[in-house]
Design a protein around this ligand. Structure first.
Ligand code: HEM
Length: 232
């Protein structure tokens, strides 16, 4: 074995220490979180189906036989959130250390509204997720109803929560911010990993915008439908 050989763990650590390693982790964890948001939305849209449908889906997820899988998914999600935040803070620090005095004139043409809001839309979305878990998983905001022990009445809980315009308003605001975050995160992920091309970047931006808008419409449709009395 060569004297300078390094083991795979060291390789990963070295890769992460470079800015490109942090960007790759941001991208990988971003894709995992994006996948969760899409899957979660598809699950939630079942509220527009048969009245029992979403509760049957929740009963499946909460089935003790699936508990192991559920906790593996929850742990992977938490790890992805933690690494996404850590890498973003480290990249932000690197950028600040490299240019401690900000430019007097900001290049607004290059920095879109979404990109300028990344560092505050991220924390607001994180605060929303904490509120949301306290609301619909823990039941600390509105008491949760159950069909049977360990079988949440998700339909009733969603309707009870979104009947409050303040709660619905907060969700809609947070979802819009989440979607500007997703929009910028999606297309800039390709750019920061080096897939930048004058021909493809505008297409990527358009694709990211379409995805983000669809996710915003899908998520916002639930509180809006409850407030409009369309889901009872
Ligand atoms: C109007 C839109 C949404 C509705 C109706 C909704 C509904 C729910 C419900 C009912 C639960 C509890 C599931 C259960 O215990 O069986 C839940 C959990 C959760 N939601 Fe949402 N959600 C929405 C949007 C979002 C968004 C945008 C995110 C992410 C940014 C998100 C992230 C989560 C997370 C992380 C959990 C905890 C999962 C777990 O306990 O395993 N949700 N959601």
């Amino acid at each position: 074995m060569s004297a300078i050989a390094i083991n795979p763990v060291h390789r990963v650590v070295r890769f992460y220490e470079a800015p490109i390693g942090k960007k790759a982790i941001m991208a990988l964890t971003g894709v995992i979180l994006f996948g969760y948001v899409v899957a979660h939305l598809l699950g939630n849209l079942q509220i527009f189906g048969d009245p029992d449908q979403i509760n049957k889906y929740a009963a499946f997820l909460h089935n003790p036989a699936n508990a192991g899988l559920l906790w593996v998914a929850r742990s992977a999600l938490l790890l992805a959130v933690g690494l996404h935040i850590l890498a973003s803070l480290q990249l932000w620090k690197l950028k600040n250390d490299a240019r401690p005095v900000a430019y007097v004139k900001k290049d607004d043409a290059a920095a879109t509204y979404a990109s300028r809001t990344m560092m505050w839309s991220g924390p607001i979305v994180a605060a929303f997720v904490i509120f949301h878990v306290l609301h619909l998983t823990v039941g600390a905001v509105v008491p949760l109803q159950e069909i049977a022990p360990n079988e949440p009445n998700v339909r009733a809980n969603v309707i009870a929560g979104f009947s409050n315009p303040l709660i619905s308003g907060f969700y809609i605001l947070a979802i819009v911010l989440l979607c500007t975050h997703l929009y910028h995160g999606l297309w800039s992920m390709f750019q920061s990993l080096g897939f930048s091309h004058p021909r493809y970047t505008p297409k990527l931006k358009k694709g990211a915008a379409i995805f983000a808008i669809l996710i915003a419409i899908g998520n916002c449709s639930i509180p809006i439908a409850v407030m409009a009395g369309l889901v009872k």
